[in-house]
Design a protein around this ligand. Structure first.
Ligand code: ZN
Length: 621
């Protein structure tokens, strides 16, 4: 069978499937605002459904195959434009017939537009392609870079605009489509996507996927490796490498309960299953909310379930982000600010009020750090961003996450929790599977929550938060009861008094991080040794605590921790941890040398996105 014939069969197969589920939702699939980060013209042509047929080749480190788009050329345009990034295009078919195509020159950050001539009635556009070696979404791991060190592993990270490096697509958060996929992988490995997923390895190495709910391209995801599945309950489970699966299963025991808790707050979970995939150590971020299958870093497997609130965050995205999506990357806070707020509400319901106060306090601290780094008058500290002509990842700062969530906390404090919750429930229901801009949200909030009440308006001062810099004066600043004990432990330690290990034994990660962050810097070598002798920080299995401790160790030149830090840097790829460590090292001449040596040794263990961040820190580019 030749490529063209196979393509036509595929088209016939999916046509009836996508016709049903998507028609009613197609009106919401195109945002009526300009998204400057897509070169596609999906604002005029609707891309309803994707049929993907790809092969994963670990020897060449390449994905090849074809992507067929079902389009609705409602404005009778003559050209369809798709986003691509470092991609080789072999051929293009329009309704099964070979078509001429043009790959435009590369635009910084955005890649190249693929231009395809179409007619008013054109329906199926098939692109045969291969990914390039700079396909930024893909991380190809050799066996020694995985947990078990036996098989190669591949995973994708498509947010923000990297889906275009492995699928020719219309790559904007405001463009939603359904998809089905056939993925061929080496026999013995399992493939997973942000879709209906297998739970067992099959003999053929060919896997079929379906996502009948429309999603934007940044939520396209694929992972391939030696992966096992373990059930948590009827709708939740965990995937991981065989050597990690038991630990992961233990850590995520409460995930089923988390989903029910979230539903009690803001309505039904609408995606069917909720599973978590624990990736090998090089994953550059904490987690990625790929629908039905959160991708997460193994750095949250602490052995004592102390870091699982990261899963609450990714789960919360099933409402804020995946269900109601920011229309452009300028509105990113609508995804992350809401998700941080929602995450804390889930965690509060499960862990109690005094626990979550500590998270809110840390949120304020993180916001202060972000504002200090960016500069208090910097426009990047507004909630509404202006990323035109820039890398959309410039907006990936704690402003969206922390200023965004603290803004919602302020609204909650102003209108009361009951009103806030019924408003949010209604907001998610009425905007389900739609995209929204900041301005649309503000208008919706005014109509449904504030209702023109000037006292409330003045108290909140929306303008200062959304279109103003820095930390607004009315920012909630919560002082947790549980930090009182920690603060007195800090004072007592500095005064050289005996250490109270009994009290500290019940501390959570928040208390430990607060304890270390609020020590004077740098501590003397003797003080560092005293802390380490008492609390064994150098040996901790908790990555959050380890990271703060290693930063302090660099600042204090506490060499006893360096071997453990070396191991940490070799096995952890999460930018949140790498950036502070390399930044601290770069502050002194000796440290610079150490940073350069370590980076040279471990660069290949990091994802291209993490490499780009560390390049900036070390090389200043
Ligand atoms: Zn998030």
């Amino acid at each position: 069978m030749n490529k063209i014939a196979r393509s036509i069969i595929v088209i016939c197969l999916f046509f009836s499937a996508c016709r049903n589920g998507n028609e009613t939702k197609s009106d919401s699939s195109v945002a009526d605002v300009k998204d400057f980060h897509t070169l596609s013209n999906a604002d005029s042509i609707i891309l309803k459904h994707l049929e993907l047929d790809i092969k994963v080749d670990f020897d060449r480190k390449q994905i090849s195959g074809n992507a067929t788009w079902l389009i609705d050329n409602k404005h009778e345009l003559k050209t369809l434009k798709l986003d691509t990034y470092d991609m080789e295009i072999d051929s293009v078919l329009v309704d099964g017939k070979l078509a001429a195509f043009k790959l435009d020159s590369t635009v910084k950050y955005l890649g190249s537009a693929l231009e395809i001539p179409i007619g008013p009635d054109s329906r199926y556009i098939t692109v045969y392609y291969k990914t390039g070696k700079d396909a930024i979404a893909l991380q190809w791991l050799d066996p020694q870079q995985t947990h078990d060190k036996k098989h190669s592993f591949l995973y994708t990270q498509s947010e923000s605009i990297y889906a275009r490096s492995w699928i020719p697509c219309a790559d904007g958060p405001g463009i939603r489509f359904t998809y089905r996929a056939r993925v061929e992988v080496p026999k013995g490995l399992m493939a997973l996507m942000s879709a209906r997923n297998p739970q067992y390895v099959n003999d053929s190495g060919i896997y079929h996927f379906g996502m009948e709910i429309p999603v934007p391209a940044y939520l396209m995801a694929l992972a391939v490796g030696d992966i096992n599945f373990s059930k948590i309950d009827d709708r939740t489970g965990v995937y991981a490498e065989p050597g990690m699966i038991e630990k992961a299963r233990y850590e995520f025991e409460d995930v089923g309960k988390m989903v029910s808790t979230a539903e009690k707050l803001y309505g039904p979970y609408r995606w069917g299953r909720y599973d978590v995939l624990v990736l090998p150590p090089g994953f550059p971020i904490g987690g990625m909310e790929n629908p039905r299958l959160t991708f997460c870093t193994p750095t949250i497997i602490a052995g004592d379930r102390s870091l699982v609130n990261l899963v609450a965050h990714e789960l919360a995205h099933s409402w804020s982000g995946n269900l109601v999506t920011n229309a452009t990357w300028n509105d990113f806070w609508l995804n992350e600010g809401f998700t941080n707020y929602f995450e804390r509400r889930i965690t509060e319901a499960m862990m109690g009020e005094t626990f979550i106060e500590m998270s809110w306090a840390q949120s304020y601290e993180d916001l202060q750090i972000a504002v200090n780094e960016l500069g208090k008058d910097n426009k990047d500290t507004w909630l509404k961003l202006d990323l035109k002509g820039r890398d959309p990842d410039d907006g990936l700062t704690d402003i969206a996450y922390e200023k965004g969530s603290l803004f919602l906390k302020l609204i909650e404090q102003t209108v009361g929790r009951e009103r806030m919750d019924s408003f949010l429930r209604k907001y998610f229901d009425e905007h389900a599977f739609k995209t929204i801009t900041t301005e649309e949200f503000l208008a919706y909030m005014d109509k449904n929550l504030i209702k023109g009440d000037t006292a409330v308006q003045n108290k909140i001062n929306i303008k200062a938060w959304v279109y103003g810099p820095g930390i607004p004066q009315n920012c909630p600043h919560i002082f947790p009861q549980r930090f009182v004990v920690v603060d007195s432990a800090i004072k007592s330690f500095i005064a050289g008094k005996p250490v109270d290990k009994q009290t500290a034994s019940a501390w959570s990660t928040y208390e430990w991080v607060h304890f270390l962050r609020n020590m004077p810097k740098p501590l003397s070598a003797a003080q560092m040794k005293r802390l380490d002798d008492n609390y064994k920080f150098t040996k901790t299995g908790n990555s959050e605590i380890a990271d703060v401790w290693f930063v302090m160790s660099i600042a204090s030149d506490y060499k006893a921790a360096f071997a453990a830090m070396d191991k940490f840097l070799s096995s952890v790829g999460r930018r949140k941890f790498l950036e502070p460590l390399y930044t601290e090292m770069m502050k002194t001449t000796n440290g610079k040398k150490m940073a350069e040596e370590l980076y040279l040794k471990y660069k290949m263990n990091y994802h291209p996105l993490a490499q780009a961040s560390i390049d900036k820190i070390i090389l200043g580019k």
